[in-house]
Design a protein around this ligand. Structure first.
Ligand code: C2E
Ligand code: MG
Ligand code: MG
Ligand code: MG
Length: 280
């Protein structure tokens, strides 16, 4: 009883913190150890090339398997990692791990890696990418970095300079979540992205709004004219797939083909999707 009171009274002297801030702090402490404790894991989701009629790439998606909380969504912990700067060591691990895993895949399959704006603006990204390629022996052309439009809100010049220096390493650059938020077409003219990834919100709308199909057509026409590929993200059914194919979209990513899977399941998935296309 007395012991319990003692513990309770201890809390009394802590600075006032609301429950949310406290929870964030706890998660931050845990995230700090997550990398060292081996709680971070990459899952891989296939991108299916419609003209090739096979899987052409996988996107690496970060997973945090927390010992108590279970799987924590990247939508929750990536922002925290960005605020605390932990995204730099975590992002480094992601790049190295993604290159390492992809190096064991067939040569025609690329690996796409998400790069946070914080990571992108840091001075170490180039050397981390270079090191990831060197250690794994992965052909630079098989590595695709996914960045978002938010990088163009301010300091367009610096963003373009960084993109060009990444390009000199031989890696590809894709614009993720294209069409959301801060769209301006001027940066498409300024930098030759290898690919536009059409945001899932446009795909969700495909069956509900006629206008959504026109938007897809406009994006694929624009991308074609600029020599860029297109990937539609979040494709969940064959109706969406049919529309996207008809509108000239190059690649399909989404639960329709597969959810993100652990590295150990990739070979089996490739075999299965290969069989499906031979049967089709
Ligand atoms: P993103 O890069 O746009 O990745 C696509 C997200 O859509 C993934 O969510 C994926 O699991 C989900 N998705 C794929 N197909 C479907 C579908 O058919 N339906 C639905 N409803 N969702 C689908 P996830 O894995 O939760 O990742 C969320 C976001 O977290 C990513 O969005 C990316 O911005 C960020 N992220 C993930 N891994 C990393 C990483 O290694 N580094 C950084 N900086 N960000 C990451
Ligand atoms: Mg992405
Ligand atoms: Mg995306
Ligand atoms: Mg997205």
């Amino acid at each position: 009883r007395a012991k319990q009171d003692g513990k309770g009274s201890h809390r009394f002297f802590e600075p006032a913190m609301d429950a949310e801030a406290q929870a964030r702090r706890a998660m931050e402490v845990d995230l700090h150890d997550a990398l060292r404790n081996g709680e971070l894991e990459l899952h891989f989701q296939p991108l299916f090339g419609l003209s090739q009629n096979r899987v052409t790439a996988f996107e690496a998606l970060l997973r945090w398997n927390h010992p108590v909380r279970g799987m924590v969504s990247p939508l929750q912990f990536i922002p925290l990692a960005e605020e605390t700067g932990l995204i730099i060591p975590i992002g480094e691990w992601v790049i190295h791990e993604a290159c390492r895993v992809a190096a064991s895949w067939p040569d025609h399959i690329r690996i796409a890696v998400n790069v946070s704006p914080v990571q992108f603006r840091s001075s170490t990204l180039n050397s981390i990418v270079l090191q990831g390629l060197a250690r794994s022996g992965l052909d630079p052309q098989r590595l695709e970095l996914e960045i978002t439009e938010s990088l163009f809100i301010d300091n367009v010049e610096a963003t373009l300079a960084s993109l060009h220096s990444l390009r000199t390493l031989g890696v590809r650059v894709a614009l993720d979540d294209f069409g959301t938020g801060y769209s301006s077409l001027s940066y498409l003219r300024s930098f030759p992205f290898d690919k536009l990834k059409i945001d899932r919100s446009f795909i969700v709308d495909l069956l509900a709004h006629e206008g959504a199909t026109a938007i897809i057509r406009a994006i694929t026409t624009l991308a074609d004219a600029l020599g860029m590929e297109t990937t539609a993200e979040g494709v969940e059914n064959s109706d969406q797939l049919d529309i996207l194919r008809a509108q000239g979209c190059g690649q399909i990513q989404g639960y329709f083909f597969s959810k993100p899977i652990p590295a150990g399941d990739v070979a089996q998935l490739l075999q299965k999707l290969d069989q499906d296309r031979r049967a089709a």
